[in-house]
Structure formats: structure tokens, C-alpha cells
Ligand binder design. Sequence first.
Ligand code: IPE
Ligand code: IPE
Ligand code: MG
Length: 246
Amino acid sequence: MPDPRPVAIPRSLRRDSIPAHVAVVMDGNGRWAAQRGLARTEGHGAGEKALVDVTYGAIALGVKTLTVYAFSTENWRRPIDEVRYLMNFNRGLLERNRDDLHDQGVRITFSGREDRRIPKRVLRDMRGAEELTLKNKVMTLNIAFNYGGRAEIVDAVRRLVKEKVPESKIDEKAIRRRLYHPELADPDLVIRTSGEYRISNFLLWEIAYSELVFSEVLWPDFRREDLFEAIEEFQRRERRFGGVDQ
Ligand code: IPE
Ligand code: IPE
Ligand code: MG
């Protein structure tokens, strides 16, 4: 599906300071469904529209990387039926949107741990989407799937040990190079929807200096206008990175 809506970017949004990397904790699907007397899984299903709309909005603005939290290492604690639904749903979502994203020049990547609990066909389709879109340059859509910030750091440390890196060579750069996607810049902006004010193990290393914006909107209702609003909030912030303004 090509972009289904004309993009109306508000004039108050400054085009010269668009965050290069936006990361989103897509939260509130269960509550959205409960408000409508639906099963939680219906909320996940309704979240697809939000993801597609926000992705097109991000492309229109010139965002270079959009990372979305789709499944955390802790989400395995959910009822087995919901976990199974999420595995299949994410695979279907890829299948339904991969070609359009490819046409738009979007590179699809995944951040997360490979795990025997992830069905083989899901892993296969993830690899397929990565390969298909490998050379695309317009925007990277990085899907955090079976992702945990602590697991990512543990995996980086395991690699350091496996590669027998001497203690004197271990610095921030050495760790960063062993994260899942060292080529992606750190997020400038993290958005969490649904009025929850926490990080839930998302990108712990990478968000050291990210601006955090919290939205009350439940993820299935979130649209590009809400993204634009979050970016306007980002533009009102003053980033100091530990220094002082001169
Ligand atoms: C976010 O929505 C989606 C995933 C975590 C996969 P939730 O399912 O967490 O929805 P709430 O927070 O229960 O409303
Ligand atoms: C974070 O949301 C994970 C995803 C959005 C995929 P959760 O709903 O799992 O987080 P908690 O449990 O509220 O912290
Ligand atoms: Mg939640």
C-alpha cells in the first residue's frame, strides 16, 4: 500500500532540526482493546495501521532511522496464546508491508536476540526482508524484536570475551561496535505511548542522551500527527550532552 494519506506537515515544525533517529515504544494495545471489549490481540492487530502511518510520516520528514519496539525479551511472560499471536502477527505484518516499504526505499533491520522460541518461519521472513531491502537508503526501519537492552549489552560482552579482547582495549567504542546495529546513530528522540513513564529495557546503551517524550495516546490510535507533535516537543528541548551553553 503506497502512502494512503497526503502528508500535512505543520508549519510550526522546523524542517532544519528533524531528529535523525526516532525510537518508539509502541504501548497500549491491550488497553485499547479492553476499552472496546475486544481481546488484547485485536489491539495488536489495530497497531499495524499506526505503524504504517507513522512510518510514512517519518519518511516524509526525512527521519533517517525509525526504531520500533515490537516484542521485548520480557514479553515471553505473557499468556502463550498472546505470544503465539504476536509471533505470527509480526510475520504477517512484514509480509503485508515489505514490498511497499521496499518501493519507498526503506531498509528493514532487526535488533534482538535470536532465540529457539521464535518460529523458524518468522526468522526466515525476517532475514528475507533484511536481504531484500539491504541497499535501501531513504530510511531504516529497525524493528526491535525479542529485544532487551540488558540482553544486548550481555551479548556485546560475550562477543568481547569470545574475541579475547584485552582489558586495555575495552572502552565504550569497543562495546558499541558489538551492539546489534553499531552503524545506526543513537536515538535523538524516544517516544513512549499510552501514558506509561518508563523505558522497559529499551535501548539502554543507546539512549544515554536521548530526549524522552511521553504521549497519552494508545498506540493503535497514534498517527503521524502525534509523531509531528512529539518532534515539536523535541525541538523545544535544549540538548546539552553534559556541557554548558556558551
Ligand atoms: C504493546 O501493547 C505491544 C506489546 C508489548 C507487544 P501492550 O500489549 O503492552 O498493551 P497494554 O500496555 O497492555 O495496554
Ligand atoms: C514494552 O511494553 C515492550 C513493547 C512495547 C514491545 P510493555 O507493555 O511490555 O512494558 P511494561 O510491561 O508495561 O513495562
Ligand atoms: Mg504495555
